[in-house]
Design a protein around this ligand. Structure first.
Ligand code: SF4
Length: 69
């Protein structure tokens, strides 16, 4: 009975770690803060108090990639 609970606990922890890693891989932005690569990251374009250290923002828009020729 005790061993089964330990195995169940280990499975729960491993599942939580896996889900966290999947979330981090698919979360928006590639930097620590969304503002770092947001196209609105200037005082004129963004009045949010979270700037420049927003970690969650509905207005976040990534800077468009430069097309190389
Ligand atoms: S819109 Fe959001 S992510 Fe973009 S600069 Fe402003 S606070 Fe940061």
């Amino acid at each position: 009975m005790g061993l089964e609970l330990i195995i169940l606990d280990v499975l729960i922890v491993l599942t939580a770690i896996t889900l966290s890693l999947v979330y981090l891989n698919h979360s928006r932005g590639s930097r620590a803060f969304l503002c770092e690569d947001c196209r609105f990251n200037t005082a004129e374009l963004c009045l949010k108090t979270e700037r420049p250290m927003a970690i969650d923002c509905t207005s976040y828009r990534p800077v468009p990639e430069q097309k190389s020729q």
